[in-house]
Design a binder for this molecule. Structure first.
Ligand SMILES: C[S@@+](CC[C@H](N)C(=O)[O-])C[C@H]1O[C@@H](n2cnc3c(N)ncnc32)[C@H](O)[C@@H]1O
Length: 198
C-alpha cells in the first residue's frame, strides 16, 4: 500500500519537516545522533541533517527511500537512509541520542508497544525518545492517518513502555496541518518526549 502511494510523482507528505520538529527545535542539537523510524520520503531526516545532526532513517517503501536520497542530495547533506521493515530490522542498542517516530500509526497497541520498546532500547542512557502522531479524535477530522481508532495514541498510551522515563512533554491538542497532499486540515495531534534513565 505504501509503496504504491510513494511510487506516484512528487512528495506525498511534502519536503518541509513535520511542525513538531520546529516546535521542539531546542531538543535537537547539532552533533547529536538521531534514529528516525518510518522516515518516509526524507523530509524530517534532511531537516535534522541540515541542522548538523547525524541521522539514520529507517523506512520500508523503496520508492520513499529513493526520494529521500534525492532530497538529501538536493540539500547537500548526508543521511543514512536504510530500507527495512522495522519489525525485521536489527536494531542497534543504547546507541542514539534521540529516537524519533513521526506519524507511524500503521499498527495497533500490541505491535506499537513492540516498536516503542525497540525505540527505547536503541536510545542511549540519558537520551530522548520523541513521538508525534494523532489522537482518537483524528477520526472525526479525517484529514490524514489510518481509519483505525486503536492505532491512535492518548497521553496514557505511553505509560506501558515509558513508565521509567522522565516525561518532558506530553500534550494532546488540535491544530491545522499542511503536509504535502496527505496531511491537510484541522487535526487532533499528540506530542510526547521522554528522557531514558541513565
Ligand atoms: C504516515 S507515513 C510518515 C512518514 C514520515 N514519518 C513523515 O512524517 O513524513 C508512515 C510511514 O511508515 C512507513 N512504514 C509503514 N510500515 C513500516 C514498517 N513495518 N517498517 C518501516 N516503515 C514502515 C510507510 O512506508 C510510511 O513511509
Amino acid at each position: 500500500m505504501w509503496e504504491e502511494r510513494f511510487a506516484q510523482e512528487g512528495y506525498l507528505f511534502g519536503t518541509e519537516p513535520v511542525p513538531f520538529l520546529l516546535k521542539y527545535d531546542n531538543y535537537f542539537l547539532k552533533g547529536q545522533s538521531v534514529l528516525s523510524i518510518a522516515e518516509g520520503e526524507g523530509r524530517n531526516g534532511v531537516h535534522l541533517a541540515k541542522k548538523g545532526l547525524s541521522v539514520m532513517g529507517v523506512e520500508f517503501a523503496p520508492s520513499a527511500v529513493s526520494k529521500a536520497n534525492k532530497l538529501a542530495a538536493l540539500n547537500k547533506v548526508d543521511v543514512a537512509f536504510v530500507q527495512s521493515d522495522l519489525f525485521e530490522w536489527n536494531w542497534p542498542q543504547n546507541t542514539f541520542d534521540i529516537t524519533l517516530g513521526l506519524f507511524f500509526q500503521f499498527v495497533g497497541p500490541v505491535k506499537r508497544n513492540v516498536l516503542w520498546r525497540k525505540m527505547l532500547d536503541a536510545t542511549c542512557p540519558g537520551g530522548l525518545v520523541a513521538i508525534h502522531g494523532y489522537t482518537p479524535k483524528q477520526l472525526q477530522f479525517g484529514t490524514g492517518g489510518p481509519p483505525h481508532v486503536e492505532n491512535m495514541y492518548t497521553s496514557a498510551s505511553f505509560d506501558a513502555v515509558f513508565h521509567d522515563c522522565d516525561t518532558l512533554v506530553s500534550e494532546e491538542y488540535e491544530a491545522k496541518q499542511q503536509s504535502g497532499s496527505a496531511h491537510v486540515g484541522m487535526s487532533a495531534l499528540i506530542d510526547f518526549i521522554a528522557r531514558k534513565p541513565f
